[in-house]
Design a protein around this ligand. Sequence first.
Ligand code: SF4
Length: 200
Amino acid sequence: MDLEKTIRALRGRGFAVSHFATRGEAADYLDEAIRDTTVGMGGSKTLDELGLYDRLTQHNDVAWHWREPGFETLDKELAAKVFLSSANAISEDGEILNIDGRGNRLASMVYGPGKTVYIVAGTNKICPDFDSALYRARNTAAVQNMARFAGSQPCQSPKGGRCFDCRAKDRGCNALLVLWGVMFDMAKVEIVLIDEDLGM
Ligand code: SF4
């Protein structure tokens, strides 16, 4: 994993990049940067591991469906001035990949005039190129994510453990978003990289 190459590539695509040794330092940084505003949080084990919801709610209006499920919360996430997510994979060429079942997380990452998006990721999400990043997104992140909703998906069967590109009605892999750059009219998209294994 070539971290310096990845950071250069992300900056070359117009993303802001910050880099921290620990999740605690990254959480302190985000806690200080995000103040007195509306915040939406996408479903993310990484964000959970940073304890961001409890910290940000101290001085922001935060919507997170992992704490308050329902479409009203998802709508608030989409409309928030600041949105936080993680990534399923990041290529060393600076491509950011996410797979979604409902699309709330993807929609919140790609549209919002004046919005600031933070993508928080451990360096374990960095892959050498697009193909390996796509492989990771499908066979690691998506498969682990589906364990939270285990049903008829073949990746959750005893012989699973990888993506079968299934057609299960309850599959959580209905769309892939690849960010190649900062969407029009966004205030900022910042990638917050942390030297730890985080998320799925
Ligand atoms: S497409 Fe199907 S098999 Fe592949 S990770 Fe998603 S739910 Fe599992």
